[in-house]
Design a protein around this ligand. Structure first.
Ligand code: FES
Length: 109
């Protein structure tokens, strides 16, 4: 059970309202122009926007508790994208994130 947010692209960034992330440990950001992004705030100060495409053979990973698990060959990643179980060897791709008072901007370009 997790929340999906549909984001619009603006000037090479996906825009997500901060209020969407309230009360959630993470949301999945979908858009017309990008693969799904796992957006999480694992502590009070950091935001992580992770490309949900597995670095092993490009399946889409699924959230399980606070991990991301790949359905294809069982790789696991932490909620900040670090490999915790192979066969994947590389961490998930991470996007730069910036914020202002109301929005979170995921820099996809
Ligand atoms: Fe994800 Fe192989 S594609 S573990």
């Amino acid at each position: 059970n997790y929340k999906y947010v549909t984001a619009e692209e603006k000037e090479g960034m996906l825009v997500v309202k901060k209020s969407e992330l309230m009360q959630e440990q993470f949301v999945i950001v979908r858009s017309k122009i990008n693969t799904p992004i796992y957006l999480s705030m694992p502590d009070a100060t950091n935001l992580f926007a992770l490309n949900m495409i597995c670095t092993h053979k490009q399946c889409e990973v699924k959230p399980e508790g606070n991990k991301l698990v790949c359905p294809c060959h069982g790789s696991e990643f932490s909620n900040i994208g670090k490999v915790i179980k192979e066969p994947a060897e590389k961490d998930l791709g991470r996007y730069t994130v910036s914020t202002d008072e109301t929005n979170i901007y995921i820099h996809i370009k």
